[in-house]
Write a protein that binds this ligand. Structure first.
Ligand SMILES: Nc1ncnc2c1ncn2[C@@H]1O[C@H](COP(=O)(O)OP(=O)(O)OP(=O)(O)O)[C@@H](O)[C@H]1O
Length: 408
């Protein structure tokens, strides 16, 4: 018997709802690591030899990537929470990220991390197409990446909360040659100069960077102004694959302190000396009940094959440090996925620094960036494999932070 149009619509709606519920259950079971994948368009530097720019990696649906290269004997599909094709805009990518900002204000720590080979579009996805112009307003909103959009969304959400209930601070670090640098630190003359910092494990088992500089910020353009200023300090080097390749992992953290409604109503204030370095003020009033959550935005350096990037000398050492830290990240995910008793976080500064985001109770989004072309198929398969591994991790369910009692 033929179904009427209305019946068919209802059946489709019910099926969509069932799939959504199943998906949500799976996300809960996995403890909220989400993996999104973005396949970038074919770019001029792909056309070294016409054959190598042949497209072999494609987004075949909004959750599946297909690698199909008959010549090299690869035919495989990879499923992720969301897959974006080359035509997907920065806005479309951000729409899938937006709910995490609400989670942040609901009391969860959030980490968004871009992973992929060099030139695959990590900085484009995180910062936008003109990262150094991000704060000038010359970068069109549609071209902005996740970081400027997330900053704008965060302050939009805060503006809907009671006045003065939230404060935001920004810190910027890079991990370069397996050392952590505080990019907001200033030298004796007050000039910006990245300074080396240590990562320690606190008595509660979380990781912390000592003497890190935190700048208070009041709106998204202040955030972007600070980031754009320090981006000039970030290590870059031209390679055969990418003329402006980042040689370090960049970690931007927005720390949000929110006052509990009770404290706000009572107007309780205590002077509290922060253990961290504040550039504008070293002692400031904090409300007695403060909820602190953090948003970590990570633009990883790209994995790369030394032969392809054509680097030598100091740049060769940089590549080897990048590749080692990325394989340490993969080892950590492997250990977590297999639920091994020891997780080797401390094998690299990168994994030690991101320990709480990767294995703790934060909501983690891994944004895989891959090239569509045959030339980079080995690197793309490696990135897709890392994403698959991340999805196998049974993380602790994300835990909402409780108001912490800050006593004078
Ligand atoms: N989805 C995209 N649409 C249009 N252009 C893109 C896209 N992704 C990347 N590009 C362009 O490709 C080039 C390389 O991208 P990007 O700098 O983001 O790479 P990366 O992965 O950060 O590289 P590296 O690790 O070497 O720093 C840039 O010119 C960027 O504008």
């Amino acid at each position: 018997m033929e179904r009427s149009l209305e019946e068919e619509k209802e059946r489709c709606r019910a099926e969509r709802q069932r799939r959504k519920e199943l998906h949500n259950t799976l996300v809960e079971l996995r403890g909220n690591i989400r993996v999104h994948c973005r396949v970038r368009p074919v770019l001029p530097f792909d056309h070294v030899q016409p054959a190598s720019s042949e497209e072999v990696v494609s987004a075949i649906s909004d959750d599946t990537v297909m690698v199909n290269c008959i010549k090299m004997g690869h035919n495989k599909m990879f499923e992720f929470e969301r897959v974006h094709g080359p035509e997907d805009s920065q806005d479309a990518v951000f729409e899938e990220v937006r709910p995490l900002l609400t989670s942040l204000l609901d009391g969860y720590n959030v980490c968004i991390m871009a992973y992929g080979q060099t030139g695959s579009g990590k900085t484009h996805t995180m910062m936008g197409s003109h990262p150094l112009e991000a704060h000038l307003g010359t970068q069109q909103e549609t071209q902005q990446g996740i970081i400027p959009k997330a900053a704008a969304e965060l302050f939009r959400l805060i503006s809907k909360k009671p006045a003065e209930s939230h404060t935001v601070e920004v810190s910027v670090m890079e991990v370069y040659n397996n050392e952590v640098f505080d990019l907001l630190a200033r030298d004796e003359q007050g000039n910006a100069a990245g300074q080396r910092r240590d990562v320690i494990t606190t008595s509660s088992g979380t990781s912390q960077v000592t003497s890190l500089t935190y700048e208070p910020v009041c709106n998204a353009s202040e955030v972007m102004q600070i980031i754009s200023n320090v981006l000039k300090l970030r290590a870059h080097c031209p390679t055969l694959i990418h003329t402006d390749s980042s040689r370090s992992h960049l970690i931007i953290t927005l720390t949000i302190s929110s006052k509990s409604p009770n404290a706000l109503a009572l107007g309780e204030r205590h002077w509290h000396t922060h253990s961290q370095t504040h550039t504008r003020q070293h002692q400031r009033p904090l409300l007695s009940r403060t909820l602190v959550t953090k948003l970590q935005l990570v633009d990883l350096a790209g994995s790369e094959c030394v032969g392809m990037s054509g680097v030598s000398g100091a740049a060769l050492w940089e590549v080897s440090c990048i590749n080692r830290s990325l394989s340490a990240l993969s080892d950590v995910l492997g250990a977590l996925a297999e639920q091994r008793p020891h997780v080797p976080y401390r094998n690299s500064k990168l994994t030690h620094l991101l320990q709480d985001a990767i294995g703790g109770d934060a909501k983690l989004l891994v944004m895989l960036c891959v090239s569509p072309t045959q030339r980079f198929i080995t690197e793309s398969l490696q990135s897709l494999g890392l994403g698959t591994r991340a999805r196998q991790v049974q993380k602790e369910p994300p835990r909402r932070k409780n108001n912490t009692l800050k006593v004078k």
